[in-house]
Write a protein that binds this ligand. Structure first.
Ligand code: SAM
Length: 238
């Protein structure tokens, strides 16, 4: 998979994308992440990519030309008026107006060979970008951040870790929170007793059938307590 990120703050991405699982995934050749500075497509010597909003009001708006030019140069294809929907590519814009990201969507994005992510700033983007360049709008929650860089990083992290081969134990990805609309079960590690607090006996029993059953019940209880909405979804599924 190729992930192209368009931003005016390319340096924000380097520390996050250059560490841990995402770094390993790139080194293994399972994902290629390219960062593009939107200012390189400004078309003016001042590298200006924003302008005040027509009609007045506070804040600046990202202009359409640099964003169209950046995407067209990355994909080697024209957008409006000749855009063809390519089922292998998707152009994603991060915005509080987008659909709130859930694990099911993250899995859905796995089907694309190429994703172009647009991280905006200021008041947002010229509406013509939204209408004629963007395929999907994604929000990471009902709050307003200063820019789309953190949402883009959240998205990339969640996506890259489920690319087959990225996390060595496939099982650990498959049984995590939200799989089957359940949250994860509780985990314990050494020591067996910490300040008088003991690890549940069943986990030390070596009886894998019992352990599996215990984890299933705990996952259900935790979900019921913390996210009853997921239990409701699960019920509707069955
Ligand atoms: N004026 C916009 C509004 O009220 O919807 C908010 C603009 S915000 C200050 C600047 C940029 O941050 C947005 O264009 C978007 O790219 C990004 N952003 C902010 N909050 C976000 C969220 N919850 N999810 C995804 N992107 C977000």
């Amino acid at each position: 998979m190729i992930i192209d990120i368009i931003t005016i703050f390319p340096n924000m991405f380097k520390p996050v994308l250059g560490e841990s699982i995402i770094k390993r995934a790139q080194n293994k050749g399972l994902v290629k992440i390219n960062i593009y500075d939107l200012r390189d497509y400004s078309g003016n010597i001042h590298k200006k990519i924003d302008s005040p909003a027509f009609g007045g009001g506070p804040g600046m708006v990202l202009r359409p030309e640099p964003v169209f030019k950046a995407i067209e140069s990355i994909l080697g294809e024209s957008l409006y008026p000749h855009k063809k929907k390519n089922s292998k590519k998707n152009i994603v814009f991060f915005t509080p107006q987008g659909k709130i990201l859930v694990q099911k969507d993250i899995k859905r994005f796995l089907k694309y060979q190429r994703l172009v992510l647009l991280a905006a700033r200021y008041e947002g983007i010229d509406e013509r970008i939204r209408k004629y360049a963007i395929d999907e709008e994604v929000s990471i929650g009902d709050y307003v951040l200063s820019g789309g860089e953190l949402p883009a990083m959240v998205f990339v992290d969640a996506l890259v870790r489920i690319i087959p081969g990225v996390v060595s134990s496939r099982e650990s990805v498959l049984r995590e929170s939200f799989e089957n609309n359940l949250l994860d079960y509780p985990h314990y590690t050494k020591p067996r007793e910490f300040r008088g607090l003991k690890v549940p006996d069943v986990l030390l029993s070596g009886d894998h059938k019992k352990i599996k059953e215990w984890r299933k019940i705990r996952a259900y209880e935790i979900t019921k307590l913390k996210r009853p909405d997921l239990i409701e979804k699960k019920r509707k599924q069955t």
